[in-house]
Design a protein around this ligand. Structure first.
Ligand SMILES: Cc1cc2nc3c(=O)[nH]c(=O)nc-3n(C[C@H](O)[C@H](O)[C@H](O)COP(=O)(O)O)c2cc1C
Length: 398
């Protein structure tokens, strides 16, 4: 199958799996421990039904969404994913280019291989930067300055990585620091000559944004060690207050899972939050973000822009998130599989699939305007009863 023949998430996943060695594919697909979180993220969407309304003119459906004063063509952007250069050299900027073409936001990871400055050059109006705060505060402050100098509008602080999680696929594959690849893992990589040829030519991707802080002449491995000494660290509220003072643009906190934390963000003057459990990669027993979204959206009210990620495999998943109170959604694995399988075109194709599914779902639901989505489209319960409750409770109430 060629990338343009992929018709859904599963096809993109299959294509990425075929091209990548197991050690790299597992890094994208995997979670931690028993991977309950990933399964729960996906299953939680299935608990919601969309009820169609007819007699409505849906000949054209409008997906345009204004976020932080900028109008994007659709309600899904690209979430930050670290080490993307391992899957295909230059992936970060390929994802950025695809997002620019589709006119949706792209968030560059704090563990990206591409640089903040290159992002500013190719997609200043679509590129956001996600910061992993460093142990050395001067590094974080300099990165924030660089993002501003590069013309980026939005800074995202990820708070859900206070420590490294126990990613058992990586441990088994020897994807650790230092690398402890087993002979079997190395032999398996030989079955992916397309990826291997490029990897042997280009070598291990480097964490470009960290290079200027590491000892001069550091190799890719030494740079990775340096980043591992600096991150992850727990992000405290007082750190977010400090970042708020430093960053004049829009400030987003990613990884919020509790209404009280949302309220705390609002009090600090944060502009937006992303309800996210990191795609089930940090706390295996976390609820699915879609389950906690209604209560968080209710707590945020109009004080914060509420965004969502984790578990999106269908355009209709995005619709459910918007019906439950998210203003915007982000895809992680969906677009990363696209980029791994087919570079810029693959990432663009992933966004096109999502856009197409969203458009068809809106038409089928009788919802021509994305701005009018709400709980009224979820199973016909008296309007507000489905807000603030988990899917299981809502079902009992019916
Ligand atoms: C391979 C990979 C790397 C990721 N790296 C980061 C990262 O560097 N920073 C971050 O905030 N989130 C990171 N995430 C989490 C995503 O931003 C996002 O929250 C998650 O992928 C959403 O779930 P989904 O993959 O089911 O769409 C990563 C996710 C994946 C799959």
């Amino acid at each position: 199958m060629k990338i343009e023949q992929a018709i859904n998430f599963d096809d993109l996943r299959r294509l990425a799996k075929r091209r990548l060695p197991k050690i790299a594919f597992d890094f994208i697909e995997g979670g931690l421990e028993d991977e309950r979180g990933i399964a729960r993220n996906y299953e939680a969407f299935a608990a919601y039904d969309l009820v169609p309304r007819y007699g409505v003119d849906v000949a054209t459906c409008n997906q345009s969404t204004t976020l932080f004063g900028r109008t994007y063509s659709g309600p899904v952007g690209i979430a930050p994913t670290g080490l993307a250069g391992l899957f295909r050299p230059g992936s970060d900027l390929m994802l950025a280019a695809a997002a620019k073409t589709a006119n949706v936001p792209f968030i560059m990871s704090g563990s990206a291989n591409g640089s903040i400055e290159d992002l500013g050059r190719i997609a200043p109006e679509h590129g956001w930067y996600q910061l992993y705060p460093a142990r050395d505060r001067a590094i974080s402050e300099d990165m924030i300055k660089r993002a501003h100098d590069a013309g980026l509008s939005t800074l995202v602080i990820t708070v859900d990585v206070p420590t490294n999680s126990k990613r058992e696929r990586n441990l088994r594959n020897g994807f650790t620091r230092p690398l402890r690849m087993t002979t079997r893992t190395k032999l398996e990589a030989l079955l992916h000559p397309g990826w291997l040829g490029v990897f042997l030519r280009t070598g291990m991707p480097v964490f470009s944004n960290w290079q200027k802080y590491a000892p001069p002449g550091a190799s890719a491995a030494q740079l990775a060690d340096f980043v591992a000494e600096q991150t992850p660290i727990p992000v405290l509220w007082r750190d977010i207050e400090g970042f708020r003072r430093l960053w004049p643009g829009k400030l987003v906190v990613k990884g919020i899972m509790h209404p009280d934390d949302a309220i705390r963000c609002a009090a600090i003057g944060v502009d937006g939050i992303m309800v996210s459990n990191h795609g089930g990669r940090q706390l295996d027993r976390s609820p699915a973000p879609i389950e906690v979204l209604p209560a968080i959206a209710a707590a945020a009210g109009d004080k914060l822009t509420v965004m969502f990620d984790s578990g999106i495999r269908r355009g209709s998943d995005v619709i459910v998130a918007l019906c439950l109170g998210a203003k915007y959604a982000f895809a992680g694995r969906f677009t990363l599989y696209g980029a791994a399988a087919g570079g810029t075109a693959g990432a663009g194709h992933a966004l096109t699939i999502l856009r197409d599914e969203i458009g068809r779902t809106m038409a089928q639901m009788g919802a021509p305007d994305i701005l009018n989505l709400g709980p009224q489209f979820l199973t016909w319960a008296p309007d507000e009863t489905r807000r603030n409750v988990s899917p299981a409770l809502a079902r009992q109430a019916l």
